[in-house]
Design a protein around this ligand. Sequence first.
Ligand code: CMP
Length: 138
Amino acid sequence: ATNRTFTMIKPDAVENGNIGAILEKIQTAGFKIVAMKYTKLSKEDAEAFYAVHNERPFFGELVTFMTRGPIVAAILEKENAVEDFRTLIGATNPEDAAEGTIRKTFANSIQENAVHGSDSDENAAIEGAFHFSGREIF
Ligand code: CMP
């Protein structure tokens, strides 16, 4: 069924000038952008967004990284959106990501990995609602 996922173009990819190239890959792969904004996470935002990781050793670094510059947040719509988007972006660690995936093409490291993609329909809804009100989704 047609459903939605949530993505962020992370600070590394914004700094490297890759917003346009990443959006082109997303749209070419058949995802429809139903919401999008250029924004920046506060420390409190990043800690809340990544709360599931707060016991991980990399949590502090992750918050510092995700707050160091602006991001692009978006809600995407497609058949089988969550799974197909995770295929398009590739493995968390770009060294393990398949050829042609967004992370293989644009990511620097396991942390600075260019893009986020929700890991379930439930998290897609939670993460989308974190960034967008109903009036911002078309
Ligand atoms: P993402 O899967 O979008 O959300 C969790 C993020 O934590 C992940 O992307 C990376 O940016 C970061 N991350 C995951 N694993 C590690 C790790 N081992 N070291 C540093 N950062 C990580």
